[in-house]
Design a binder for this molecule. Sequence first.
Ligand code: HMG
Ligand code: MG
Length: 297
Amino acid sequence: ILPKNVTIIEVGPRDGLQNEKKHVEETEKIGFIHALQESGITEMELTSFVSPKWVPQMADAKNIVGKSNKVGRQFVLAPNEKGAELAMEAGAKSIAVFVGVSNTFNQKNINRTTEESMDALEPVIDRLKNEGVFVRACISTAFYCPYEGKINKEDVINLCRRFVSMGVDELSVADTIGMANPVESYELFNQLNEELNGKVLLTAHFHDTRKMALANIFAALQAGIDRFDTSAGGLGGCPFAPGATGNIATEDVVNMLEAIGIKTGIDVEKVCQAVEKIAPHVSQPIETGMYRLYKNR
Ligand code: HMG
Ligand code: MG
């Protein structure tokens, strides 16, 4: 049975822009965020408190949080204690930590082994929970790693269990390089849902490198998942995951869900208006199904 309602977590302002080589002005980012809020999106990743040496595009994180309208649940990413502190100072109430199942990926992304990251995050999560912060944990390379190849499902589930025991509110389980297929999506999310449903919110995060993300979402829906990370315009990619392209597009996911009778509360036309605003400021061509129809109507 498919869910009646799905929550979309818009990750465009963060995942969508973090890999953009051209500097995007703060005002353009804020305009994009506000236009997305107009579409009915209620959960969004705004930015990341990461090292500006590693990810220069996110150096304006404090101002992005300070200047954007407060609508619904707004996440910022933080890889470590310093990021979490800066995020709280900026007034963030929902913080996303992130770790890769693959050691090699985690080292390239965060300069620590997975184990080192988990040990360092444990007291950070404890503190965030004591301060009343909503904590989301993003699990990268949950299917395939650009360096290590196929990832063992049990390793993903063990990492998820550990985060749940640390008290996180949400797990966002990611196909970082867009290599998962629908059978793999169903099998992982079905097992996660059977074991963790009710203990934590479960969210799926698909990149669309091989154009299987919509099929993977449908498979995850069948496994009982009703929260999906998507990015307006299909923007996105991790600077430390070579070969990966953007996230599955918000407008295409909303269109598919509404077509099969699942409510999202999001207006596709308004998502496309937000995409039109950011399009001139990004190098990536925007070629999503619904945005193309919107431009050619
Ligand atoms: P490091 O070089 O090991 O850091 O980088 P360090 O702890 O040795 O500190 C070095 C310097 O950085 C120090 O400053 C720290 O204060 C500073 P100095 O004393 O030299 O002046 N520093 C920071 N500054 C700002 N914010 C911070 C911070 N931490 C330390 N948080 C570090 C380690 C984690 C900082 C670095 O590797 C980093 O920033 N990585 C972030 C990478 C990233 O943003 N990746 C993309 C997001 S994840 C993603 O896209 C995947 C996802 O979409 C899901 C999926 O699709 O898989 C979520
Ligand atoms: Mg991602």
